[in-house]
Structures are given as C-alpha cells and as structure tokens.
Design a protein around this ligand. Structure first.
Ligand code: HEC
Length: 140
C-alpha cells in the first residue's frame, strides 16, 4: 500500500516535470523563432482578411437556409426574412444596423435572426454585410 503511494507520487512528479520542461522549451523556442519573421509573416494572425469570395462561402454555409441563395429570403423557414435584393430595403438599413443585427440577432426563437457573434468574428460579419449589399446591386 505505502509502496503503491510512493510509486504514485513519483509518477505524478514525473508527469509534472516533463510537462514543465516541455512548456519551458516551447516557450524559449517560440521566442527565438518569432523574432526574425514576425514583421513579415506573423504581423496579423488574429484578423485575416475576409475576401468577398470567403464572405460568399460563409453566407452559403450559414445564411442561405433562411435568406436564400438570391437573398430574397426563404419564406418557409424564415417568413420574416427581408428581401436583400430590394434596393429600397437596402437604402433604409444603415451599415451599423446590419452589423448589429448579424452580431446580436433580431427577435427570438424559431425562425428569427440568430446572433452570430460567437460564431463569426468582426471582420467576417462586416464582410457578410458587404455581401448582403451585393444582392441589390446584382438585380439592376
Ligand atoms: C434561422 C434563420 C436565419 C439564419 C440562419 C440567418 N438569418 Fe438573417 N434574418 C433572419 C430573419 C427572420 C430576419 C428578419 C428578422 C426581423 O426583422 O425580425 C433576418 C434579418 C437579417 C438581416 C437584416 C437585419 C435588419 O436590420 O433588418 C441581415 C443583414 C441578416 N439577417 C443577415 C444574415 C447573415 C449574414 C446570416 C448568416 C451569417 C443570417 N442572416 C442567417 C433569419 C436568419
């Protein structure tokens, strides 16, 4: 019994020391590796540019269900979804309003506009709003 305990203590110690060593090693290697390349390649890892093409892909994956591929809205699933191809609707809705709507959602429950801020970052949301704008332009 006591022997088992000492073994256990040793095992735990061993695990701790290896993780500690691994951590300190990765820290030091990170520091030395980051220096020469940081300016050129690692400048903006947190906010990669969201191209219109990427925004379109996100829209197709996450928004088309309710808003339709043409942006006119899927009346069966989301009867309240607005018609993005309506230039007048676009004109009435300012940038900040749409960004806020996509970030925080509108209404609640089934068929309402969900909040996306936990799923998408700010850059993605802005790019999606820009994509929403393209539906009206295409119609002309
Ligand atoms: C579950 C269905 C559903 C999904 C998925 C959905 N929407 Fe919506 N969306 C709605 C509904 C319903 C409305 C209208 C809400 C209202 O006016 O009450 C709406 C409204 C909007 C509006 C107009 C906001 C305003 O101020 O009137 C924008 C912009 C929008 N959605 C963008 C998106 C984007 C971008 C995505 C994908 C990331 C998305 N939606 C995904 C249902 C959805």
């Amino acid at each position: 019994m006591t022997r088992f305990k000492t073994l256990l203590v040793f095992a735990i110690l061993a695990i701790f020391s290896t993780t500690f060593i691994a951590n300190s090693q990765s820290h030091s290697s990170k520091k030395t590796a980051a220096k020469p390349t940081s300016a050129a390649t690692e400048a903006k890892p947190a906010a990669p540019a969201v191209t219109p093409e990427v925004a379109k892909q996100i829209f197709q994956k996450r928004c088309v269900v309710c808003h339709g591929a043409d942006g006119k809205g899927n009346k069966t699933i989301a009867p309240k979804a607005p018609d993005f191809s309506d230039a007048k609707w676009q004109a009435r809705h300012k940038e900040a309003v749409l960004i806020n709507a996509v970030s925080n959602g509108i209404g609640q429950g089934k068929g309402s506009m969900p909040s996306w801020k936990k799923v998408l970052n700010e850059g993605e949301i802005k790019a999606l709003v820009a994509h929403v704008r393209t539906f009206a332009k295409k119609q002309k």
